[in-house]
Design a binder for this molecule. Sequence first.
Ligand SMILES: C[S@@+](CC[C@H](N)C(=O)[O-])C[C@H]1O[C@@H](n2cnc3c(N)ncnc32)[C@H](O)[C@@H]1O
Length: 299
Amino acid sequence: MEPLIFRNGRDISIQGIVLDVIREEVRSPIHFPEYKETKKYTEVPLNKIICGDAIEVMQAMPSDCVDLVVTSPPYDELRNYNGYAFDFEGMAKGLFRVIKKGGVLVWVVGDKINKGNRSFTSFKQALFFQSLGFNAHDVMIYRKKNTPFMRSNAYTNCYEFMFVFSKGSPKVFNPLKTKTVRQGQEMLPFNKKADGINKKTKGELKPEKTLTNIWDYAVGYGGSTSDKIAFQHTAIFPEKLAEDHILSWTKAGDVVFDPMCGSGTTCKMAAINKRHYIGCDISKEYVELTRKRLKYFNL
Ligand SMILES: C[S@@+](CC[C@H](N)C(=O)[O-])C[C@H]1O[C@@H](n2cnc3c(N)ncnc32)[C@H](O)[C@@H]1O
């Protein structure tokens, strides 16, 4: 049977015969918003970290006010947050509304592997985004350089997807570059001319080239970040990942939003790179963690 999911605070009654009771395993306590900060914003809540359900927070935000979203959902953890259900479709629709035309959504997600069977939640979500009208601009890979070896009958899983969606065509693209292997060296390529004779042409190899869509990052302390405080959250992505997307898809002064900001990685990198940020998380603890982290760097 599919899981039955109920929002916090809603009364339910289920009728029938009890066959078995499966208890929730004990998890570290995550507190849900004892207080609600969500109110209808008269202005875009720039440079704020908001505690609340992102769906409600987005409902309070005007349409077309965000240039870039870089975020990572609590994938396949439907019951991980004290029974709180992650309403993916509500989240996706809210994102489509608040992102500007030409704006970009980077959705960082992996699949849970249950008894050797991948959930494909990532693909299902990607197809849903596309069905809403998002343009599937790219399917990028976030490869983790130092993934611990996993003993199983499959290869060690070392990546997550970075689905890049845009509303129309991205209005900003600043391609990141990398140095070429033989940068600046003289090249003597053969140019085949119409007469079929190979002629040598002189020139220099380009010193740099545009990156591919597979990006490698070290993870863990010193890799994802050197902010010890960030590791109070168990599922952070690397600062550099957030920064690379911010530099690729926005310009200074643009608005970068993370609706599930966790430890505040996206917000920190947006502020460092002179973009406005908006952060939101349903957990009061994570909101406080993000605020502390930003304050420490005077951001
Ligand atoms: C994978 S973590 C994000 C980590 C973040 N990228 C970082 O680097 O710290 C997902 C976050 O989503 C938050 N979350 C889950 N459901 C939410 C909702 N409906 N609204 C806002 N935040 C939510 C969780 O509390 C969790 O912190």
